[in-house]
Design a protein around this ligand. Sequence first.
Ligand SMILES: CC(=O)N[C@H]1[C@@H](OP(=O)(O)OP(=O)(O)OC[C@H]2O[C@@H](n3ccc(=O)[nH]c3=O)[C@H](O)[C@@H]2O)O[C@H](CO)[C@@H](O)[C@@H]1O
Ligand SMILES: C=C(OP(=O)(O)O)C(=O)O
Length: 444
Amino acid sequence: MAKIIVRGGQRLMGSVRVHGAKNAVLPILAASLLATEGKSVITDVPVLDDVMTIREVLNALGADTHFNQETMTISAAHITSTEAPYELIRKMRASFLVMGPLLARVGRVKISLPGGCAIGSRPIEQHLKGFEAMGATIHLDQGAIEAVCPQGLKGAKIYLDVASVGATENIMMAAALANGTTIIENAAREPEIVDLANYINAMGGKVRGAGTGIIRIEGVQTLHGAQHGVIPDRIEAGTYMIAAAITGGDVFVEGAIADHLAPVISKLEEMGVMITPHDQGIHVKAPKRLKAVDVKTLPHPGFPTDMQSQMMALLLISEGTSIVTETVFENRFMHVEEFNKMSANIKVDGRTAVVTGNTLLKGAKVTASDLRAGAALICAGLAAEGETIVDGLHHIDRGYVDITGKLASLGADIRRITGEREEAAKIKLKQEPMVLARVQELMA
Ligand SMILES: CC(=O)N[C@H]1[C@@H](OP(=O)(O)OP(=O)(O)OC[C@H]2O[C@@H](n3ccc(=O)[nH]c3=O)[C@H](O)[C@@H]2O)O[C@H](CO)[C@@H](O)[C@@H]1O
Ligand SMILES: C=C(OP(=O)(O)O)C(=O)O
């Protein structure tokens, strides 16, 4: 089994580049199914396992995709299937984002229920409520959803009970080709929603208000392929900011957009980290001692749940006790047990964790339970005495391009040892130069 081995104690220094955002590129690639003509050329596409999965979904539906040098070209003129393969939906929840585009484009879709994951049950009733309001008929049969709208979708006013990112995206994509105007109220306001709206508009769509709680989508007859550059990954950027801070480092996070990271920056500044936003990125300089702060996750522009575990790693070495409250997902404290293996003292009660600071972290064998938990354990390992061995790397590979190489380039003592998975992938995918490059990168 592959593992990442970190020896703590090195101060991180230098510059690290942020790749395109996973959570922006996945809906954007799904939206490319809306184009009846022309090619979409998506740039700044990170080479991640999740991107490979959504690409497989697009291919299975009949789209023609090419991926080279962080650029994905998609032609979706011919949709040959309306059934999203179970194996791919199961592998990655975000595959469910093809439901809206397929319904809008061909009026029919069969897709497995995406199910929960380590961080929570993650229902999708808000997505379905939106499609039904737009005229789709939905049947649930043995864990699969079948939806049809033979007359096409029609615009509707949809109030989301929770400001769900995925539901906002799925409904927005469906509405782009609906007959009439759709208004999404209590829409999610994440930067990734704005990026998706910009792409749909570049395809000839009419989306207004993305980034606010009310999004208005005027349906158009057809959409065409378009060129679009994906926004930088604010969660990847935030992770490197924490990695810098936890080592008392001095790092330039190239490509990071301060506006997207306002809640994270604000907390880091409260703790005593010096943050300087620039046009090209964010400079992070951390003193040796940091102050404890309380953190509560919320939908954007609140503190992102995807940064909660990394922030908790930083709070462990800060002075004082912190309260971390997770309001977005009901089970996102799986990393706590692993931190405690590293001599942390964290107590969880429901959605609240009490984090005792001033911890002298000690290296241990730990397991990533989800993507961000994995990144957080690596951050903790950077500050720990001795060796931390992290497994469960398939989670980390979903969302971080070469985290080992990037941290090593900043001076971290970190390496990855490969396992059977990489070896098998190398043999299976040797026809695909881009994927092989990724495998080689993982094995470096
Ligand atoms: C691929 C992607 O972009 N993933 C992000 C997206 O996930 P995702 O889009 O799945 O997250 P949502 O915003 O939908 O979920 C937020 C909350 O709403 C609940 N909910 C959601 C839909 C629904 O129909 N009913 C319902 O109750 C969820 O259980 C959760 O408690 O936003 C999350 C919240 O910022 C991030 O952690 C994920 O990284
Ligand atoms: C929870 C995350 O992603 P997903 O919604 O794809 O599981 C994440 O990026 O931290």
